[in-house]
Design a protein around this ligand. Structure first.
Ligand code: ZN
Length: 88
């Protein structure tokens, strides 16, 4: 029997279908966002170029963004959604 276990942050390994994984990735991606709009953030710090901008923080985890959830979700979203949703 082929094992199809996948690592998901915050959970034990799961044996989900691809579509279930992508739905979970979408939920995580929607929830684990930076604590400020990246466009606003970049504009603000463009105007003050000599100071390094503080790292954006995940509004759920309160750690540097992308947090491990956003990072995982970005890797597991369906390709077109990831391409349009990526802030980079
Ligand atoms: Zn997070």
């Amino acid at each position: 029997m082929v094992s199809n276990l996948r690592y998901i942050p915050g959970r034990d390994d799961v044996d989900w279908s691809r579509s279930t994984l992508q739905q979970h990735a979408r939920r995580l991606w929607d929830a684990h966002r930076p604590d400020r709009a990246l466009a606003e953030y970049r504009l603000k710090w463009f105007l003050v170029p000599r100071i390094s901008p503080p790292a954006a923080v995940c509004r759920v985890c309160l750690t540097a963004w992308p947090c491990r959830y956003a990072d995982w979700a970005g890797d597991n979203l369906p390709r077109p959604a990831a391409a349009t949703a990526s802030p980079r």
